[in-house]
Design a protein around this ligand. Sequence first.
Ligand SMILES: CC(C)(COP(=O)(O)OP(=O)(O)OC[C@H]1O[C@@H](n2cnc3c(N)ncnc32)[C@H](O)[C@@H]1OP(=O)(O)O)[C@@H](O)C(=O)NCCC(=O)NCCS
Length: 155
Amino acid sequence: MTPARIMIGPATREERDWCAALMAGSEPWITLGRDLDQCHARCGDSDYLLWVGRADQRPCGFILLHPRGLAGSPYIASVGVAEDFRGRGVGTLMVRRAEEYFSAVARHIFLCVSSFNPRAQRLYERLGYTRVGELPDYAIDGASEILMHKRFDRP
Ligand SMILES: CC(C)(COP(=O)(O)OP(=O)(O)OC[C@H]1O[C@@H](n2cnc3c(N)ncnc32)[C@H](O)[C@@H]1OP(=O)(O)O)[C@@H](O)C(=O)NCCC(=O)NCCS
């Protein structure tokens, strides 16, 4: 499966459950102590956009977005890819799609990544995000949330 064959769109009701289960069963959310109920609540929150990446019509990843989540700018709240689809460009594709969507209406985009999640940090750095802050002991003691920012090129 190549990224060219991944279709991205708003999650259906059933897909919301799939996203919550993926979140609850994956790092970093396990270490952050987010249980299935909390993941359901987050994935069902109507303030957020939840998009799903589909391969052959079956979900393989999700991205959770708040249109004005940080200082009035779009905020990428979570990105998750099913384990057997990782390392094939699905995460990159979903972040890029979110950027395309928001760059028409915003100048900046933000996200947070856990200090113990080097893979996700690499992904965001590769996509042009830079560290602008660190929140020690934010979600759990002993780990930071690293705030990252990207400025859109706008004419
Ligand atoms: C972090 C995460 C979202 C990345 O998604 P992904 O789909 O694996 O990301 P990509 O495939 O776009 O990029 C990841 C790697 O695959 C490589 N890659 C990208 N496209 C590729 C392709 N077509 N073929 C082969 N490798 C590819 C990248 O070079 C990258 O390598 P690296 O991890 O060694 O830096 C995913 O690992 C995940 O769901 N992790 C658990 C949840 C999480 O940590 N979420 C982020 C915090 S909110």
